[in-house]
Design a protein around this ligand. Structure first.
Ligand SMILES: Nc1ncnc2c1ncn2[C@@H]1O[C@H](COP(=O)(O)OP(=O)(O)OP(=O)(O)O)[C@@H](O)[C@H]1O
Ligand SMILES: [Mg+2]
Length: 668
């Protein structure tokens, strides 16, 4: 066990009871987890099948798997579980769906689907348009994360408004049950309840997971806390690591006080603090420490580094967002060609996804390869998902999830109550939704008008299914016309430009289908094509995070746990970071933690950027430097007035890169 300091070593070796490792950024918490997994397998005599490590993002899980894989041989890790909370939850539900009141092959609603469902409920409720679907969804999510069911929500309601929200929650849950579907929060809540209600299931899982490890523990919510507690049981064989200063998911129900709660729930809890930072230069670490000292602290932590001061962090004050992007790309080219950095060593971090666009544009213009994580990939776009759902249902009438997605897209006045009755009818008879639409027996449950609307929908699907046999792509094109999808996009977009962009995605998809059909999918039937496309969809999503020598673009939230030699923290302005809503709601401390997370991702160089003015809703607005910049020690920062980008110096820069390139070639 080399490469561990005495405290880390103690944490790795300690298996006598529950353990909390509480420490600041870059102190080797994640390293403790990966080394401990190896130690438990190699020396602890625990079979990998009985070890489970949990994180929050797929990226973090993948990285942890790689780190463990490099310590021990593949064969010895067989059966080891390293996954996100949500993947583990999904696995538990799939193994025992009936225990969670589900039937096998249940569907998973993403946030978009869930919001659409709520919207439909609101449309069919008197006075429903006074409510925001997104706000209701957020409230429901918070209830679920706090293990509150609709009945409890209703009895806890303090006023009419809350009671109405609880009512929407009940409607929403009823629909989910009827559709045999779960949402993302159910992936945690379902398993937690299942374990609470079924002792024999608890025993099974406690027998299976003999040792549990959790990274980024400060971001667990109430349901996750409960799930962990029930999984470890009275043996309490677990190690969790976390940093209260990096708690950035309070808005999604995370409870950093879960760290303190552990001490109450497990009186024998051992706590180990780590204090050496191995990641950042001393100056960068100093900035981070100074900033976070402005927040109140539950646990006092010190963090020091053996690294030298390194390069002074810089602040680039730019004219506007276009200039900001140009400046950052110019710095990136300099790092690459003059300093020999890899693109993969560089990250651009920002507060919100919408800030990525100018950077993407500038990177593309300069042919700099980049990977955007967390953004919406092509296949995750609503319009693409809609059309894919049509294709899936036409190819496979049994695809209930596809049915639910499009039965009312575009709107056919088929409301949630109708669908609920239809779904209940289908479930009792064990048939699929599309088949159920044509059943005579439905007459008892639905009015003539409602049945006619369902019939019209099934007729549309079967008509296109017939034509799709011979000409799948032509059929899909015709379908887009028949349902007047363009009009639907126009009705739902904030502007014509947005609608046009969405329609362009549909055209892209159709063109792509056409090209596939001419090439590799020539011989395929519609059904085979649909399966293949679904697979491609999954693959593209995996691809998204593939390595390669590319600059990373991501939000501060997505950057948690990661590290990069060179970090650009962009948009250091009031109303961006701290975010406008957090200024209004006075949740500045969480924004400060976000800035702390950003700064502590950097190993060697850190560059802040901000603009003098920025376009907001089409108008130029003067921007104000972030208060967090003012909180940093002035003498540790180098403020540069970013150069104006003239054609001359752009050319000069190009030339200097050419020189640098040539220099590199000469050396080789
Ligand atoms: N004892 C050590 N000796 C040398 N390098 C170390 C040691 N411990 C950790 N490191 C390195 O320091 C860096 C930070 O470690 P790690 O990512 O585990 O920190 P962390 O506490 O999980 O950070 P974060 O809070 O950002 O998640 C990594 O590059 C890791 O390999
Ligand atoms: Mg970590």
């Amino acid at each position: 066990m080399t490469g561990l300091n005495p405290r880390q070593l103690e944490a790795v070796h300690y298996t006598a009871g529950p353990l909390l490792v509480l420490a600041g950024a870059g102190s080797g918490k994640t390293r403790v987890i990966t080394r401990k997994i190896a130690h438990l397998i190699d020396q602890g005599g625990i079979s990998p099948r009985h070890i489970c490590a949990l994180t929050f993002t797929n990226k973090a899980a993948r990285e942890m798997r790689e780190r463990v894989g490099s310590r021990i041989k593949g064969a010895e890790t067989r059966g080891l579980t390293i996954s996100t909370f949500h993947t583990l939850g999904l696995d538990m539900l799939r193994r025992h769906p009936e225990r969670a009141g589900l039937r096998p092959r249940f569907s998973l609603l993403d946030a978009q689907d869930a919001e659409a469902l709520i919207k439909e409920h609101l449309r069919h409720t008197k006075g429903g348009d006074a409510f925001s679907p997104a706000a209701i969804q957020h409230r429901i999510s918070r209830w679920k994360n706090d293990l509150v069911d609709p009945a409890q929500a209703e009895s806890l309601a303090e006023d009419d408004f809350e009671a109405r929200l609880a009512g929407f929650y009940a409607d929403y849950e009823r629909s989910l049950r009827a559709y045999n579907a779960v949402d993302f929060d159910d992936l945690i809540l379902g398993p937690a309840r299942m374990l609470a209600e079924h002792p024999e299931l608890r025993e099974t899982w406690q027998g299976r997971i003999r040792y549990l490890l959790v990274d980024e523990y400060q971001d667990t919510n109430g349901a996750q806390y409960d799930l962990v507690r029930r999984l470890v049981g009275p043996r309490a064989a677990f190690t969790v690591v976390g940093d209260d200063d990096q708690s950035i998911y309070a808005w999604r129900g995370a409870r950093p006080e879960n760290l303190a709660r552990l001490q109450t729930d497990y009186p024998h809890l051992k706590v180990i603090m780590l204090e050496q930072n191995y990641r950042s230069s001393a100056t960068i670490l100093g900035l981070a420490n100074t900033l976070i000292a402005n927040n109140p602290h539950v646990f006092e932590k010190r963090l020091w580094s053996e690294h030298g001061p390194g390069e002074p962090p810089r602040v680039l004050h730019c004219k506007d967002e276009g200039h900001e992007a140009e400046q950052v790309v110019s710095e990136i080219l300099h790092l690459k060609f003059a300093e020999g950095a890899d693109f993969g060593d560089i990250a651009i971090l920002y507060r919100g996804n919408h800030q990525a666009r100018p950077f993407e544009k500038a990177l593309r213009e300069h042919n700099v390869p980049y990977v955007l994580s967390g953004g919406t990939s092509f296949f995750a776009r609503a319009e693409v998902k809609d059309l894919m759902a049509y294709l899936r249902l036409i190819a496979n009438p049994q695809d209930d999830a596809a049915f639910l997605r499009i039965v009312n897209t575009p709107r056919r006045e088929i409301g949630p109550t109708t669908l609920e009755k239809l779904a209940n009818y289908a479930r009792e008879r064990e048939i699929h939704l599309l088949d159920a639409c044509g059943e005579i027996g439905l007459g008892e449950h639905l009015s003539e008008r409602q049945r006619e609307r369902l019939h019209a929908f099934t007729a549309l699907v079967s008509e296109h299914a017939r034509r799709g046999e011979t000409d799948p792509v032509g059929t899909m094109r015709a379908l887009v016309e028949t349902i007047d999808y363009a009009a639907w996009l126009r009705e739902n977009a904030s502007s014509q430009a947005v609608a046009d962009r969405r329609y362009a995605n549909i055209t892209d998809l159709l063109d792509w289908l056409g090209a596939l059909k001419k090439g590799e999918l020539q011989e395929k039937t519609l059904a085979e094509m649909a399966t293949l496309l679904t697979l491609m969809d999954v693959m593209e999503r995996q691809d998204e995070d593939e390595g390669g020598d590319r600059v990373s673009l991501m939000t501060l939230h997505a950057a948690k746990g990661l590290e990069f030699p060179h970090v650009f923290l962009v948009g250091m302005e009031e109303e961006l970071l701290p975010h406008r809503t957090s200024i209004e709601e006075e949740t500045i401390e969480e924004e400060r933690r976000l800035a702390y997370v950003g700064i502590t991702r950097a190993q060697r160089t850190l560059t802040f950027t901000l603009t003098r003015r920025r376009k907001r809703y089409g108008e130029w607005v003067t921007s104000e430097p972030s208060r967090f910049l003012a909180e940093l020690p002035k003498d540790q920062l180098r403020w540069d007035n970013a150069r104006d980008e003239t054609p001359e110096n752009r050319k000069a820069r190009g030339l200097s890169h050419l020189h640098a390139l040539k220099g590199m070639l000469d050396v080789d």
